[in-house]
Structure formats: C-alpha cells, structure tokens
Write a protein that binds this ligand. Structure first.
Ligand code: A3P
Length: 313
C-alpha cells in the first residue's frame, strides 16, 4: 500500500510540548482531503476511541470495551461483526477512496460511539485533543506487531508473494507510518496520567486480563458482577475469540478487494502470543529490528519496558 506524507492543519500543542514540525506523518495515497476532514470532524463528549498501532490487540480491546459499554450483552456481541458495532475510522476511505461516504458509518453510529483508529495523535480529530473524550491506547512489542501485520497482509493480499524478511525490511526502511510505531506510542504514553486517557499493553492483557477489565470498568465508569467477569474472561480468551466469527473481521475482508486477497489465509485471531516473533524471525532480523527500535526509543526518550508497562506485568 502506498503512503504519502501529510501535514495536519494544526498539532496537539495543548497536550504535548515538542517540535511538531519535525514529526513525519503518513496517510494512504491518495490521501486527498480526507486527513483534513478527520481533523475537522465532530467528536462527541461520550465517544470512546480505541487507538493503536496496527496489530497491537485492537480487536481484543474493542470487544472488551464494547461489552462494557453495552452492559455485557454477549448475545448482541455474538450476533454482529465487531467492525459494524465499532467502526474503524479510516477503513471506508482506505477501501473506497470516497470522501463523500468515508465517515458515514461513524457518523451514523448511535451514542456512545466506540471508534477504532490507527492514526497517530496529530492526525486524529482536533476536537479529541480539546474535548477530551475517552481514549484507550494499546501498545505491543513492535516485533510481534510487525510479524502479525505480515500475516494479515498476506491474507488480505498486499503481502501475498512477499517474504517475511522483505516485509520486515520495508517496515524498518521505507518511509511510511510503520517506521514511526515508537513515536505513535510515545506520544500517547505521555498522556497516560490524564483522566480521560487509558494506556495499556497487549503484554499486560496477556499477563492479567482481569486487572485490565477492572481498570477499564473504572475508566468507563462501569461495574460488572463476578458472573459477568467470568463470562467476559472466557469470551475474551484467545480460544473463544479465535473461533468467534464476529471478532475475526470477516465483514471487513469482504470489503477489501485486493488482487491477491484470500489466496493464502491466516486467521485474524492467529497466534496471540507475547514474543511469538522468536518463532518467525532469524537472529539477524531480530538484531536489526532491535537496533532500529533502540534508536527510535532514544529519540523519543522512552524505554521499551516503559511502553510495555513491564512494571505492571
Ligand atoms: P497475532 O497475529 O500475533 O496472533 P489487531 O486487532 O490490533 O489487529 O491485533 C491482532 C493481534 O491480536 C493478532 O496477533 C491476534 O491474534 C491478537 N489477538 C486478538 N484477540 C486475542 C486474544 N483474545 N488473545 C490473544 N491475542 C489476541
């Protein structure tokens, strides 16, 4: 997928003090005026936004947040694809490239809306920085996120015929949003103590999902009974989510019409491991990725342990 560099009309200077003019930001090409439309879109006070780098456990968190916002209505969750209950902000434009209709699904959603986005903070709606609707962020070790992204890309077509090594080199070397995975997270990490913001990691969800559910109940002002908690933990387990048709992006895959889509299929809820990258990458690739990540961490004055919330594991 081709990307182009974009410059937002304004930056979240009220939230983070940094030289934003140095921040490289990318959007799918042709971006047309869609980034500006997002910049100006209306955010509702009771919106809940889930923002992540791709493949960091977005779907997992979305299903959890949707259930909490909808009084643990498991039957409703099991009867409608998650991406129709909680739309992906950029998706429609990505597949149809039509600005007229791109935000319809999000705008028509009944409140409280649960909206997913992979956009970095400066490309999210300006009202989100000002109105401070609730935002949930999930980080994951970039090596696992990239490997997961490779297999997802093979399934939908854009990585079909490409080796994992080729894809990895693209992630580290090509100018696109993938190179800025650490910047994406580090900016949100700085907001972690804001009352309207909840920051967690895939690794923490794997380590103690109950604690994340409890955190999220507090954050969303919801309560669950012990019986509901037990059902939530089962419903959100890897095994259940893997076999649940509504959490495997089946509707979404019917919308993406890439030439090589569906020729080699990997389940969306695929492996669900922490450090699963060790089974896929060679020591040389791991070293290359580690050097790249270390460089970006240094530039952003944050450690991987901090971003992963290692002290909470
Ligand atoms: P893998 O490809 O490493 O298995 P996203 O929703 O952001 O695209 O993230 C997808 C990743 O989250 C996939 O990682 C998927 O398997 C994992 N995932 C989804 N639900 C999960 C669950 N209940 N438990 C563990 N991992 C889960």
């Amino acid at each position: 997928m081709q990307c182009e560099q974009v410059t937002p009309k304004s930056y979240p200077v009220n939230l983070i003090d940094k030289d934003w003019s140095e921040r490289k930001l990318y959007f799918w090409s042709p971006a047309k005026s869609f980034p500006a439309m997002i910049h100006d879109m209306e955010v509702k006070e009771d919106d809940v936004w889930i923002v992540t780098n791709p493949k960091c456990g977005t779907t997992w968190m979305q299903e959890l947040a949707w259930l909490l916002l909808n009084d643990c209505d498991f039957e409703a969750a099991l009867s409608k694809d998650l991406e129709l209950r909680s739309p992906f902000l950029e998706f429609d434009f990505m597949v149809n490239s039509d600005e007229q209709t791109a935000l319809e699904r999000v705008e028509e959603l009944p409140s409280p809306r649960l909206i997913k986005s992979h956009l970095p903070l400066p490309l999210l709606p300006r009202q989100l920085w000002e109105k401070k609707a609730k935002v949930i962020y999930v980080f994951r070790n970039p090596k696992d996120a990239w490997v997961s992204g490779y297999y997802h890309g093979v399934t939908i077509g854009y990585n079909y015929g490409k080796t994992l090594e080729q894809f990895f080199d693209e992630c580290l070397e090509q100018e696109s949003d993938r190179r800025y995975i650490i910047e994406h997270a580090a900016e949100f990490y700085q907001l972690r103590n804001e009352p309207w913001f909840y920051y967690t990691s895939f690794e923490r969800m794997k380590c103690n999902l109950r604690a994340v559910v409890e955190d999220l109940c507090k954050f969303l002002d919801k309560t669950v009974t012990e019986q509901q908690m037990e059902r939530l933990l089962k419903h959100l387990s890897f095994e259940e989510m893997k076999k649940n048709p509504t959490t495997n992006h089946l509707w979404e895959s019917t919308q993406i019409k890439l030439e090589n889509g569906g020729k080699e299929v990997h389940n969306f809820v695929r492996k669900g491991k922490v450090n699963g990258y060790k089974d896929d990458l060679t020591p040389k690739q791991i070293e290359k990725a580690d050097n790249f990540i270390a460089e970006r961490l240094l530039l952003n004055q944050v450690t991987l342990e901090e971003l992963l919330l290692v002290d909470k594991l």
